[in-house]
Design a protein around this ligand. Structure first.
Ligand SMILES: *[C@@H]1O[C@H](CO)[C@@H](O)[C@H](O)[C@H]1NC(C)=O
Ligand SMILES: *[C@@H]1O[C@H](CO)[C@@H](O)[C@H](O)[C@H]1NC(C)=O
Length: 499
């Protein structure tokens, strides 16, 4: 920080001397990083290295088919050594982002091989006999279907897989590679991406028997609809790229229909996780992390259920308020990282009525790693979104979100904001809102640090009273969620602190 501040002021002086206008707006953007920032940033970075390796180790593990993704290595208590279509799709979408971003050719070769194998494995499991076809939730690691009793179909899986493989195929196309093996417009079922897009287009509105991402509720689910919408929008763009305009039009028609139906999820005060409920766990609170996970995985920067939307913010505020008072471990307000005291926010769970403790059902559920990382990421994405918008319109929902930063964590504002006002990029209020949102996000990041093993190992859950890792160790999704949050944090940090 020190050197970047002095370089900036030297440049400012030089510009002044030369008679060039000085950009006070961008200089004023830089908030001072708090004292704990370096300790937390160092932890985030070293954990990111550990987590990337954790993700890669769970793709094509030894003894399994190439391209299969185990949810976690553990085979008993709990038995998670299966390829879940949704979890794998989320994971490989993340890896596809690493491939896009890396300039290290040996890392690129590793990511590329994992993605190519995943595409091949995905095609295999599309074609084997399975309980619900492309809606089947999970497979053995050798590519045969799991046929025991399970909550099938889960229609978000094919959509997430399509989103991840479209990202990869577009990368390959940008490298001048032929990708017709992944998308063959001449035959609706003979290639992996095309088959998934056709499945989503034909089944998103088939019935309300589909299971949610937690595999416990039948109905129509916010997460599922949002990822289906993304698959149809990106599928249409990709179909056009692949010279298949008829299919593109058909996917766009579905995307519009999905979009037009999303209002049904708005209760007037919260985004409902499920509509047309058809059995399974009952959630009278209507609070469920699948809603903001949907925003992270499926929103498209088009203003539709993006993280800055009033409905999403209202839902996030209620999630935080509820879980803050639910777990004994949430009374801790700081943690120690590299001998530095770092403030923490609450550990967050899936939904308040959860009774799964990582091994079995029947007790109060625990907070989850990937959900707490996800909430950190919501804050970081909010900063990037507001910055891209160039302004913050303080609606009641925005004010409630900001007020919660003060009431829950004592983060104070010296520039007051008022409902109905708009604060432009570069204004003191705009800058302070961004800086304080960064502090809010970092409280969740630090919470994750507090409960991560000293060597970097992550678990699915943390015990609600002891804080120790519980449930599946080395959960792929926990690692992927950390890397994703860390990537968003780095982008937000550049905006707020200039580094
Ligand atoms: C990766 O790059 C491709 C090609 O530019 C792009 O279409 C895709 O959205 C990118 N994916 C991610 C996850 O960044
Ligand atoms: C938390 O840990 C305690 C002590 O090991 C255990 O008895 C309890 O069942 C755990 N609670 C949950 C919800 O997992």
């Amino acid at each position: 920080m020190k050197s970047s501040i002095s370089i900036t002021s030297i440049l400012a002086i030089a510009a002044f001397v030369a008679g060039t206008p000085v950009d006070h707006g961008s200089l004023a953007k830089r908030a001072a990083a708090p004292p704990f920032n370096t300790a937390l940033t160092n932890w985030v970075n070293s954990e990111t290295t550990y987590a990337k390796n954790g993700v890669l180790a769970n793709i094509s593990p030894s003894g399994a088919s190439a391209g299969s993704v185990q949810a976690a290595p553990s085979t008993s208590n709990p038995d998670y050594r299966y390829h879940w279509v949704r979890d794998a799709g989320i994971t490989l979408h993340e890896v596809s982002g690493w491939l896009n971003a890396t300039s290290d050719s040996s890392a690129a070769a590793v990511y590329n091989k994992k993605l190519a194998d995943y595409a091949t494995f995905s095609r295999t499991i599309q074609t084997v006999s399975s309980p619900s076809g492309l809606g089947t939730a999970k497979f053995y690691m050798d590519g045969t279907a799991y046929t025991g009793p399970w909550c099938n179909p889960q229609r978000d899986g094919a959509a997430m897989r399509a989103v991840s493989l479209i990202s990869y195929a577009r990368y390959l196309k940008s490298q001048g590679k032929d990708v017709t093996q992944y998308y063959d417009g001449k035959s609706p079922t003979s290639s992996v991406i095309k088959a998934d897009l056709e499945y989503v287009a034909n089944n998103w509105n088939a019935d309300s028997q589909g299971c949610d991402i937690w595999e416990e509720v039948r109905g129509n689910h916010f997460y599922t609809r949002m990822i289906q919408r993304r698959a149809m929008i990106e599928g249409a763009q990709f179909a056009n790229q692949m010279g298949d305009p008829g299919a593109a039009a058909w996917y766009n028609t579905q995307a519009t229909a999905i979009t037009n139906g999303m209002d049904a999820f708005w209760s007037g005060s919260i985004i409902l996780p499920t509509i047309n409920y058809n059995g399974g766990v009952s959630k009278p609170s209507n609070i469920d992390a699948q809603v903001f996970l949907a925003v992270l995985h499926a929103s498209l920067e088009d203003g539709f259920y993006t993280v800055d939307s009033d409905r999403v913010l209202a839902t996030i505020v209620q999630h935080i308020a509820k879980f803050n008072s639910m777990y004994a471990i949430n009374t801790a307000t700081t943690t120690t990282i590299a001998s530095t005291s770092v403030p923490v926010g609450p550990a967050l769970g899936r939904y308040p009525e959860d009774t799964y403790n990582g091994y079995e059902s029947g007790q109060q559920g625990n907070p989850w790693t990937l959900i707490t990382s996800g909430m950190a990421e919501c804050h970081y994405r909010l900063i990037s979104t507001w910055s891209k918008n160039g302004k913050i319109v303080v609606t009641q929902a925005v004010a409630n979100f900001l007020n919660q930063l003060t009431s829950l964590y004592g983060i104070t504002f010296s520039n007051s904001y008022s409902v109905g006002s708009t604060y432009g990029s570069g204004s003191a209020t705009f800058n302070e809102i961004l800086a304080n949102t960064m502090l809010g996000g970092d409280r969740y990041m630090a919470r994750v640090a507090r409960h991560t093993d000293a060597n970097g190992k992550m678990w699915e859950e943390w015990n609600l009273s002891t804080g120790f890792g519980q449930g599946a160790p080395d959960l792929t999704w926990s690692y992927g969620a950390h890397v994703s949050a860390a990537t968003s944090r780095a982008a937000a940090s550049k905006i707020v602190y200039g580094a």
